[in-house]
Design a protein around this ligand. Structure first.
Ligand code: ATP
Ligand code: MG
Ligand code: MG
Length: 288
């Protein structure tokens, strides 16, 4: 007799997907959980989130573990409760680097050839004449360029990657900038199922309400964090807040509004403005 070669658990393990970051940053863990390369900053965020209004929307955090001589943050695999999930990583905010990275690059510029090459690959005319001659661009310069190329600056969010249940995986959204293009990507992500878009909108509304009451959100500059959209063919649709690698506490007593323009020094991230635009974009998907 013919036997399907994978049981349900194995199938779920096989469908785990990483839509951003270095491949070596993640390891599989016990059933239903994953390991992310340790960062002091992200650990502190998870600990502070333990008694915050955002807790229901972030992956379960199970502490620091050592594996093969390296430290990892142990967290819940958000895909584990789905059968053949469709996944989208949407990076939030108008700015994707820290102000301190900008200051450092200005004081001690470290032009990088790998980033120069990535830039040229997308746009031969991206680098300035000086960058061409030194064959290098600094990290904030690369990040700023990506923000203007994508919808980060104009909409306050951008699509990083999508994996669909038919096995296709795309991360080539660097130039997806116009609202119309984003609408098209979302339509394709849900394969035209507007009910899913409505479910996602309900989730985003819940997230917005949680953000409005969160003490953590008020006191942190949220940079490079993503909303992870997940749905499957049963109609189950969820949105999670992930990646606190660059989410930084403000000095005691200081807070952010998250919906006003960034000017160097004010540390604003445009997170709420981006969420507003994202919800508006999804409403357009439903109405079109
Ligand atoms: P970068 O800073 O470049 O975005 P990173 O190393 O900080 O990358 P994350 O952004 O946290 O990594 O995660 C990368 C990808 O891994 C996400 O886009 C998502 O596809 C997947 N991922 C992360 N955390 C989880 C989780 N808890 N459950 C399921 N998938 C996850
Ligand atoms: Mg990320
Ligand atoms: Mg990160």
């Amino acid at each position: 007799f013919v036997r399907w070669p994978f049981n349900a658990t194995q199938r779920k393990k096989l469908s785990w997907v990483q839509l951003a970051g270095h491949k070596g940053n993640f390891k599989a863990a016990d059933e239903g959980s994953i390991l992310k390369k340790f960062s002091e900053n992200e650990m502190e965020c998870f600990e502070k989130l333990r008694d915050d209004a955002l807790l229901p929307f972030v992956p379960g955090y199970h502490g620091v573990v050592e594996k093969d001589g390296e430290s990892f943050l142990h967290m819940t695999d958000l895909l584990a409760t789905f059968d053949l999930p469709n996944v989208m990583d949407c990076k939030m905010g108008v700015r994707t680097y820290l102000e301190e990275e900008l200051v450092r690059a200005r004081e001690r510029p470290k032009p990088r050839e790998d980033l120069y090459k990535k830039m040229v690959e997308v746009d031969r005319d991206g680098p300035t004449p000086q960058e061409h001659s030194q064959r290098g661009v600094t990290k904030p310069r690369y990040m700023q360029w990506r923000e203007t190329l994508s919808s980060s600056n104009t909409l306050g969010f951008r699509i990083e990657g999508i994996k669909k249940d038919d096995g296709t995986c795309r991360t080539d959204f660097k130039k997806t900038r116009k609202k119309q293009d984003v609408i098209q990507v979302f339509k394709d992500f849900v394969s035209g199922d507007l009910g899913l878009i409505k479910s996602y909108l309900t989730k985003l509304e819940e997230i917005r309400q949680a953000l409005n009451t969160s003490e953590f959100f008020k006191r942190h500059e949220v940079i490079g964090s993503s909303l992870l959209f997940i749905h499957d063919s049963t109609g189950n649709a969820q949105v999670w807040i992930i990646d606190f690698g660059k989410t930084t506490a403000l000095p005691e007593g200081q807070t952010l509004q998250h919906d006003v323009p960034w000017q160097e020094g004010n540390r604003e991230d445009g997170y709420l403005w981006g969420l507003e635009n994202l919800m508006h974009t999804l409403r357009s998907v439903v109405e079109e």
